[in-house]
Ligand binder design. Structure first.
Ligand code: 5GP
Length: 114
């Protein structure tokens, strides 16, 4: 699998609208937003899919959720609601093989998802 476009965003080789960054995590606006707020939250470590998460990554994966929570508060949608999505492999529609959490908000979402 190897490197993806997200590695280039992490290295600032291609631009992105970055909303949060620390040593381990980066969050930026999705290039093709599916909701008024659509943010991708990624570990800087290259983990291709949920299937590749190990015990070693437990803290890192937990941090993805804490960053999502922080951004939801900042965007004022923590009370109104938001959806977090992680696609894994082709049936789920994963297009970029670098683990990421989609934070979607600003409209109503249906259930079950399409
Ligand atoms: P997936 O389908 O893998 O869960 O989602 C990948 C997401 O990455 C898509 O929502 C897509 O719009 C977004 N994306 C793909 N390439 C880029 C890019 O170069 N920049 C940004 N900001 N988002 C991207």
């Amino acid at each position: 699998m190897g490197e993806t476009v997200f590695s280039k965003i992490i290295r600032k080789e291609i631009p992105a609208q970055i909303l949060y960054e620390d040593d381990e995590i980066l969050a930026f606006k999705d290039i093709a937003p599916q909701a008024p707020i659509h943010i991708l939250i990624i570990p800087k470590k290259e983990i291709p899919t949920v299937n590749h998460i190990t015990e070693q990554d437990v803290h890192l994966v937990g941090k993805l959720f804490l960053v999502a929570q922080k951004l939801a508060k900042e965007f004022g949608v923590d009370s109104s609601g938001y959806r977090l999505v992680v696609n894994c492999n082709s049936d789920a529609g994963q297009a970029v093989y670098h683990l990421h959490l989609h934070l979607l908000a600003g409209r109503k979402f249906s259930w079950p998802p399409g």
